[in-house]
Design a protein around this ligand. Structure first.
Ligand code: NAD
Ligand code: MG
Length: 389
């Protein structure tokens, strides 16, 4: 930062979503002397984007879907906000010389391009968009290394692991243990899940999130994606990653060191804390979220995941074993299958089945380029669109 101030200027990609809104709350509560929204992007919700821009006065906003651009221009008339569109707008905003950090809170593989552009420009990326690492983990980590750019986790589990890793040397890590709430269907049998509706699957017991990740939490695909995310982010072998169900969502994940010490990070289930840590790291500041009070009667439970009812987890380990294009195929198939489930076209249990089919049929490449990954992505989506239960 050579501007003569210590403000961190943040670009929030996907500012109108669940993570994006929490991020603006954090930025607002930190105040402009520490954090400032430098740019915001939204895909279609132009009203909310305009409201956010009026409140946070960023330098740029981007409508990634350029349909409602005229509306945004009208809504922001008389302000100094520069209105950009499409992927060029995202590139320009993340690579702007005043941009210090980019929070990628776009949902799905659509978040990859922004993260890529930011890393390429050497910016620090606060990554909520786990799909980026599922699709292109090795390429992204390599890019970050080459550009000397930092990738900081926002996902609560990965933020917890990142914090716990600071307790020891990297070579002293035995394994990481990711916690999962178990989702809204914890304890159910496959039979009971046969006819569940999107409304039922969208009701998460401990977290309030966007629709795609809520369905992923119900199938445990979210945990599957997070296992793959952890592998690349922390350079772990697949057998160093374990998953444990912890319904209270207070212990966000743990690291076991070679001496048997297990270091965990605890806090109430509120994304503002991991978002803030990724925006202020290496500093810690007071956070607007609730605080943990373990002096009140409380209990924390842990149990193994039910891999028979929730086959998504096994898919993650298979994908890690395969590497190459497998992550891109799984992610795209899942996005398409979640879309079809939400549209009432396929059943809940079909989501993992469709992913399985797409993974089995995809044209495997062990060392894909980014271009190849996009082709695999497109093909897997098509496959799931055509797939019949
Ligand atoms: P959301 O659906 O609430 O918001 C998604 C945002 O992405 C919106 O601003 C939308 O405008 C934008 N967007 C959607 N499609 C786009 C496209 N094609 N191109 C550009 N922008 C697009 O999602 P969310 O729950 O905030 O999740 C965002 C990401 O963060 C996901 O990758 C999710 O897995 C991850 N994450 C979310 C939470 C959570 O608590 N919500 C926790 C951990 C990780
Ligand atoms: Mg998570």
């Amino acid at each position: 930062m050579e501007r003569g101030d210590s403000t961190t200027r943040v670009v929030v990609l996907g500012s109108t979503g669940s993570i994006g809104r929490s991020a603006l709350d954090v930025i607002g509560s930190e105040g402009p002397a520490r954090l400032r929204a430098h740019g915001l992007s939204a895909h279609s919700n132009w009203r909310r984007l305009a409201e956010q821009a009026r409140a946070a006065s960023p330098r740029f906003v981007v409508m990634t879907d350029d349909q409602p651009v005229a509306e945004v221009r009208d809504a922001l008339r008389g302000t100094d906000v520069e209105i950009l569109t499409g992927r060029d707008g995202v590139l320009r905003m993340v690579q702007d010389e005043s941009t210090d950090r980019v929070l990628d809170a776009i949902v799905g593989a659509a978040g990859l391009e922004g993260a890529w552009a930011a890393l390429e420009a050497g910016k620090t990326v606060a990554l909520a968009n786990k799909e980026t690492l599922v699709v292109a983990g090795p390429l992204i980590m390599d890019l970050a290394r080459r550009r000397d750019a930092r990738l900081l986790p926002v996902d609560s589990e990965h933020s917890a692991i990142f914090q716990a890793l600071q307790a020891g040397d990297r070579r002293e890590v035995k394994r990481v243990i990711l916690t999962s709430s178990g989702g809204p269907f914890r304890g159910k049998t496959r039979r009971e899940l046969q006819d569940v509706s999107p409304e039922m699957a969208l009701k998460h017991p401990t977290w309030s999130m966007g629709p795609k990740i809520s369905i992923d939490s119900a199938t445990l695909m979210n945990k599957a994606l997070e296992v793959i995310e952890a592998r690349w982010l922390f350079d772990l072998e697949p057998d160093q990653i374990e998953v444990v169900v912890h319904p209270e969502s207070v212990v966000h994940s743990m690291v076991e060191f070679v001496d048997g010490s297990v270091v965990a990070q605890l806090s109430p289930p509120d994304m503002r804390l991991p978002i803030q840590y990724a925006l202020t790291y290496p500093d810690r500041h007071p956070c607007p979220g609730p605080r943990l009070d373990l002096t009140r009667p409380s209990a924390l439970h842990f149990e193994p995941p039910d891999r028979e009812t929730f086959p998504a987890l096994d898919l993650a380990f298979e994908v890690m074993k395969q590497g190459g294009t497998a992550g891109a195929a799984l992610n795209a198939a899942n996005e398409a299958a979640v879309g079809r489930f939400l549209g009432g076209e396929i059943g809940f249990l079909d989501i993992a089945r469709a992913c399985r089919a797409a993974l089995d049929h995809h044209e495997y490449d062990p060392r894909p380029t980014l271009d190849r990954l996009w082709k695999v992505d497109a093909k897997a989506r098509l496959e799931v669109q055509r797939w019949t239960p």
